[in-house]
Write a protein that binds this ligand. Structure first.
Ligand code: ADP
Ligand code: TRP
Length: 327
């Protein structure tokens, strides 16, 4: 069975963009691939500075994963920081990676352009990500479109290592990107993102969720007038309903007499219906932290076993003796 791996940063509450752009694929692919999914908590240190926030977000993300249907019987779920071999490998990879490759990173450049003062972790972020992927010989990496460059970098770094040491050691991973659903729009029509404050969070309490949906930006066309059927509301609605229902909404917009407020109500109902079971499951999981800890413990043990083997070989290849362990 091919191996699928992906990580998600615990840098905020999960939103529809994360779900449709990434998580839905992990969940749908559980029977197709051997799945490895982890919370990229080390990566979050590049931007998060409050320990209690990191702890809480990490916990929340795991609950979200489980509630949305990732099944720990089928895939391996763990925290990145429970497998320190990722960081160990990232050092070996850093030494075959040209600085220029990192400096060309879109995400790095975007952050600088926004005036963020970059720490070194932000620059070398893609190297750790490459280590995350390569240490498990991952075949596919399901991610949103914005991570495409990071995947290309992981491939470049793998090739560079293989070339430099004349080995066929790292497998080149393929990105798994849902092209037709590239970017989920936020309430302001831009890409939905934690950093833009335009998210709709499927696990928010009902009143918060309602507020978020009601805040979707629309134009000021009057209630009676026909409206552009491809607006922010219908684009989100489309994610939750059948093609038929989606066309129904579009037709109502085109006919006039159908207000944005009506459409938002329909959207809210569709979201609540879609995530009904997941919301209930999450409530249950919150009452059972021991179960969650056990899932993470088992996941880390399994992941670590694989990671240890790979890092041991990697060290040998580059000429590190490593006599104290693993022999
Ligand atoms: P954010 O932009 O909110 O900080 P992350 O960068 O943590 O989100 O992204 C986590 C995962 O969700 C990534 O695979 C990313 O590509 C995907 N993702 C995030 N926002 C969207 C979106 N609006 N549309 C599609 N996929 C998204
Ligand atoms: N950079 C990814 C993001 O922000 C998170 C991530 C870290 C990741 N390591 C990974 C994704 C390895 C896929 C594979 O979404």
């Amino acid at each position: 069975m091919k191996r699928s791996l992906s990580g998600i940063q615990p840098s905020g509450t999960l939103h529809l963009g994360n779900y449709f752009g990434a998580m839905k694929q992990f969940i749908e692919n559980q029977d197709k691939y051997e799945g490895f999914y982890f919370v990229a908590d080390y990566h979050s240190l590049t931007s998060l500075t409050k320990p209690e926030v990191l702890r809480e977000s990490t916990r929340n993300i795991i609950l979200d994963y489980l509630a949305l249907g990732l099944d720990p019987e089928k895939c391996t779920l763990f925290l990145q920081s429970d497998v320190p071999e990722h960081v160990e490998l990232s050092w070996l990879l850093a030494n075959v990676t040209p600085v220029g490759l990192m400096e060309r990173g879109h995400s790095y450049k975007d952050k600088i352009a926004k005036g963020i003062f970059p720490n070194t972790g932000l620059l070398t972020y893609p190297i750790l990500m490459a280590a995350d992927i390569l240490i498990y010989d991952s075949d596919v990496v399901p991610v949103g479109k914005d991570q495409k460059q990071h995947l290309e970098m992981a491939r470049d770094i793998a090739m560079k290592f293989n070339q430099q040491y004349g080995v066929d050691f790292f497998k080149l991973p393929e990105p798994l990107i849902m092209e037709n659903l590239a970017v989920v729009p936020g309430t302001d029509g831009q890409k939905m993102s934690k950093s833009y404050g335009n998210t709709i969070n499927m696990f928010a309490p009902k009143n918060v969720l309602k507020k978020q949906v009601m805040s979707i930006v629309t134009d000021s066309t009057e209630l009676e007038a026909p409206k552009n059927p491809d607006n922010n509301i219908s684009q989100l609605y489309k994610l939750f309903v059948s093609e038929e229902k989606y066309q129904e909404m579009r037709n109502k917009f085109m006919a006039g007499g159908y207000g944005y407020g009506h459409a938002k109500k329909e959207l809210l109902e569709a979201i609540l219906e879609y995530f009904k079971e997941a919301r209930e499951r999450r409530e249950e999981l919150m009452k059972n932290p021991e179960y969650v800890d056990e899932v993470l413990r088992k996941g880390a043990l399994k992941a670590r076993e694989i990671a240890r083997k790979k890092i041991t070989k990697a060290k040998e290849i580059v000429g590190l003796m490593g006599n104290a362990y693993n022999k």
